[in-house]
Write a protein that binds this ligand. Structure first.
Ligand code: ADP
Ligand code: ADP
Length: 225
């Protein structure tokens, strides 16, 4: 699902963010991405979403070589990748329903189909009864679940999350991770960047660790990391 081969990324500023990175994530895997601030986690995610392009090396997502992807194909590619952000990026002048529906309207779905899919997504995150609320009236954990519903409403085969529990307490963080595991159990490939090593270790999934833009660990987290 994700294949990086000798990928380096140097920003226009000259800053090297990723150095000769190679790894594969298979369809159906759930993988965590860790590393200190500045290690290159966000840059890696941006390459997968094609918000940035690799300077050298090859990125292949769902069998498509992003190096060769033309601008006109990018919207199609983005629909294959659901993205969850730490700060939700919800629109507070729209209802929960409208926030989740946005990607479907952009993709050009008919309103009956939109209603059906939005309710299916809200049901999966346990927020069906809040569809008419403004997200500003919801708790932090609920807002993050709206963000997750919006990320999965297109049924993407790949789900990315950048610090999705960064603002949440341990109990809510666990609930959010449980949701990701449920989508993973449906067959969705999941990649989550997280600082929360205690939580990551407890969940027991494969972990990729970056340091200075290089891959320094790939596997379960040992007790002393
Ligand atoms: P992380 O997500 O692990 O904190 P980032 O991928 O954000 O790491 O950053 C990796 C390195 O690239 C850092 O040194 C950061 O300052 C630099 N960087 C990130 N984005 C940009 C950018 N748009 N322009 C220049 N340098 C950047
Ligand atoms: P449909 O009839 O369109 O398949 P479902 O009732 O199966 O709709 O549920 C659709 C919801 O399933 C999506 O809105 C989303 O919440 C969730 N979902 C996301 N990705 C997947 C997936 N790969 N497989 C199954 N369900 C998914």
């Amino acid at each position: 699902m994700i294949s990086f081969s000798n990928v380096s990324k140097r920003y226009a500023s000259g800053q090297q963010a990723l150095a000769n990175l190679s790894f594969d994530v298979n369809a159906g895997e759930m993988v965590f991405l860790t590393g200190h601030s500045g290690a290159g986690k966000s840059t890696l995610m941006k390459l997968v979403m094609l918000m940035e392009r690799a300077s050298t090396g090859q990125v292949v997502i769902a069998g498509r070589n992003l190096n060769r992807m033309r601008t006109g194909q990018i919207p199609y590619h983005r629909r294959q990748v659901g993205v969850v952000f730490q700060n939700h990026q919800l629109l507070f002048d729209r209802t929960v329903f409208e926030n989740v529906a946005l990607p479907l309207y952009i993709a050009g779905h008919q309103s009956r189909e939109v209603g059906r899919r939005v309710r299916a997504a809200l049901d999966k995150v346990g927020l069906l009864e809040k569809e008419k609320h403004n997200p500003i009236t919801l708790s932090g954990g609920e807002q993050q679940r709206v963000g997750i519903a919006r990320a999965v409403v297109n049924k993407p085969p790949l789900l990315l999350a950048d610090e999705p529990t960064g603002n949440l307490d341990p109990k809510l963080s666990e609930e959010i991770m449980t949701l990701f595991r449920q989508f993973n159990a449906f067959g969705v490939t999941v990649l989550i960047a997280s600082h929360d090593l205690a939580l990551v270790r407890q969940l027991g999934h494969r972990v990729l660790t970056l340091a200075g833009g290089e891959l320094v660990h790939d596997g379960l987290l040992p007790e002393d990391m």
